[in-house]
Design a protein around this ligand. Structure first.
Ligand SMILES: C[S@@+](CC[C@H](N)C(=O)[O-])C[C@H]1O[C@@H](n2cnc3c(N)ncnc32)[C@H](O)[C@@H]1O
Length: 212
């Protein structure tokens, strides 16, 4: 997917107090950074950050980390945060494929929200539910594994269910149309999700876990 490039994006986001610059120093010590032992939830590919910011506002007893590779995308998140004081939120500007360099057995939940579906077979390894990623997540999950995935892409959703089940994840909740579920699932929308809702596209959802 291509995104607008914002000039000086790197220097803009570097000024945000929410950005953790020397993240590898906190490997295994994120509780110290947050100054509490509350659970830590991580969103991979947070984009412009609306979801993770609203999660942090709604659930102050949970620590949230929004990770994003694209600096221009992150500018909007840092701007949205400029007048907010959320001690339970941090941002990371890095590639998700390197999360084991900054976390060690300390993440409770990973959110995969509208991640790039990489539909071509030769790009399969880049999908956030490829076995390589599922193995990577094992290195950062505290004890039990917990992934919440939302997508508008049916093919990517089917692929993810298959890979997660091969990896013995259990599906606690599945929806093929999150916004029209008979029993509503508590949900905070992402930026992409709001757009898709306006277009009346179904949102696929799975809450998957593996308890050790
Ligand atoms: C389709 S957007 C979704 C953004 C947001 N989650 C939402 O739902 O509004 C996917 C985001 O994932 C980011 N991304 C893609 N590959 C990534 C990677 N390997 N590491 C970190 N972020 C990545 C992209 O830059 C983009 O911002």
């Amino acid at each position: 997917m291509e995104y607008n490039v914002i000039k000086n994006a790197k220097s803009i986001i570097q000024k945000s107090p929410y950005l953790v610059k020397d993240a590898s120093n906190y490997k295994g010590k994120w509780a110290n950074l947050f100054q509490n032992n509350n659970p830590i939830y991580l969103e991979l590919g947070m984009g412009r950050g609306d979801f993770i910011i609203n999660m942090a506002k709604t659930y102050p007893k949970i620590n949230f980390i929004g990770l994003e590779l694209n600096e221009s995308q992150m500018v909007m998140a840092t701007e949205r945060l400029s007048n907010l004081k959320l001690p339970n939120l941090k941002l990371l500007n890095m590639d998700a494929s390197n999360i084991d360099t900054v976390f060690a057995k300390e993440i409770d939940t990973i959110y995969l929200t509208f991640c790039d579906p990489w539909p071509k077979k030769h790009d399969e390894r880049k999908r956030f539910t490829h076995p390589t990623y599922l193995k990577l997540y094992d290195k950062v999950f505290k004890k039990n594994k917990h992934i919440i995935l939302k997508t508008d892409n049916k093919g990517f959703f089917a692929y993810s269910l298959e890979e997660l089940s091969k990896y013995w994840y259990v599906f606690d909740r599945v929806s093929l149309d999150l916004h029209h579920n008979e029993i509503p699932i508590p949900n905070i929308m992402t930026d992409f999700e709001k757009k898709y809702q306006e277009e009346n596209r179904p949102i696929y959802y799975v809450d998957a876990s593996f308890k050790n």
